[in-house]
Design a protein around this ligand. Structure first.
Ligand code: 5AD
Ligand code: SF4
Ligand code: FES
Length: 350
């Protein structure tokens, strides 16, 4: 007689659907973890294959007008030395990343109004000449601004919903509106971006039921990318004394996301590696297919501290590139040579 959770995993692996209660069971049941991870790995192999997408991450400004309770870049944190790269420096980092073989660059910053869509459009147009796909991760904007960024060459946009528990979101992200965040995601989709969202796992007051709703939200929005990471309490924030998330629960969320969104691009997140040595490689074997190595100069890395324990603080971009390649090959996977847009489901594969 198979256990209840085995039936649920089989169902999800075949149909890519699960009711909320089943997701809750799979998040909670200790014995479900290993079979869940194995199923997510099979689905990744079937829909995506062995290749891993590498995205080169440029952290171009740590200035942020928002005040999220969990984040080290929040505006009230006076402990951070703030920086903003000029366009020339961003282009240099981009050029170097392209030379290292990256086919996608991710430009990430706090919500920094200095980078108006006009200013960023110039950078995007120049970076585009390198023949790379461009992803932005720069927060909430007006639809018109998103449209201008898209026209300037941005292909993808990452904006985590963080949690689908609206009340919790608005408590932890004071002054921000959950509905506006959802509006942003819809606008981005309509404008033709590939859209990524995702959650923090282990926020104080976050229920397992709400995590299940997060996975259903990703499915309902049919997003192209989903980034899931454990919340790691930052000593320079109001949540310094919180417990934080675990590697195991973040992996379960990620594995369930793979079962329900079989063709999505899912990163093995850096925060996972902070909690667990070799965590990104484990994540790649539990449903993930993307790694986002840092291509920002070493001097700036320690200033872009969302949470403590950030990896690769003293490594140069070329070091991370070779480190990640070796690790990926050591687990029998390959490095994708294309720009890694979402693969639409091949009807011949069921
Ligand atoms: N722990 C883990 N992830 C964090 N982020 C912000 N603060 C933390 C933290 N303390 C994540 C948020 C945001 C992304 C850029 O970084 O999910 O969307
Ligand atoms: Fe700013 Fe993003 Fe950090 Fe919130 S999570 S404070 S918006 S950088
Ligand atoms: Fe940076 Fe391993 S990924 S050193």
């Amino acid at each position: 007689m198979s256990e209840k959770f085995t039936v649920l995993i089989e169902q999800a692996e075949k149909e890519h659907q699960l009711p909320a209660e089943a997701i809750v069971t799979l998040l909670r049941e200790p014995a479900a973890a290993e079979p869940l991870f194995a199923a997510a790995d099979r689905v990744r192999q079937r829909y995506i294959g062995p290749q891993v997408e590498l995205r080169g991450l440029i952290e171009f400004s740590n200035i942020c007008k928002q005040n999220c309770m969990y984040c080290g870049l929040r505006r009230d944190n006076r402990e951070v030395e703030r920086y903003r790269l000029d366009a020339k420096t961003i282009l240099e980092f981009g050029q170097r990343a392209a030379e290292l073989g990256y086919k996608t660059l991710v430009l990430q910053s706090g919500e920094d109004d200095f980078f108006s869509s006009d200013r960023l459009s110039f950078v995007l147009t120049e970076l585009k000449k390198l023949g790379v796909a461009l992803t932005l991760s720069i927060g909430e904007k007006m639809r018109e601004e998103y449209a201008a960024l898209r026209a300037a060459g941005a292909d993808r946009y990452l904006l985590r919903i963080e949690t689908t528990d609206k009340e919790l979101y608005e408590k932890l992200d004071p002054g921000m509106s959950w509905d506006n965040r959802v509006r942003c995601l819809h606008d981005l989709k309509e404008l033709g971006f590939e859209v990524g969202t995702g959650s923090l796992v282990g926020l104080p007051g976050q229920s397992i039921e709400s995590l299940a709703q997060d996975v259903l939200f990703f499915k309902q929005l049919d997003v192209d990318m989903v980034g899931i990471g454990p919340f790691i309490p930052n000593p320079d924030t109001p949540l310094a004394a919180a417990t934080g998330g675990t590697f195991d629960l973040a992996c379960r969320m990620m594995a369930l996301t793979r079962l329900l969104l079989p063709e999505a691009n899912i990163p093995a997140t850096t925060a996972m590696e902070t909690l667990q040595p070799n965590g990104r490689m484990l994540a790649l074997q539990r449903g993930a297919n993307v790694v986002m190595p840092n291509v920002t100069d070493t001097d700036y890395r320690k200033l872009y501290m969302l949470y403590p324990g950030k990896i690769c603080l003293n490594d140069a971009p070329a070091d991370c590139r070779s480190c990640v390649s070796e690790k990926i090959e050591a687990i029998g996977r390959t490095i994708s040579q294309d720009q890694g847009f979402r693969r639409r489901r091949n009807p011949a594969v069921s």
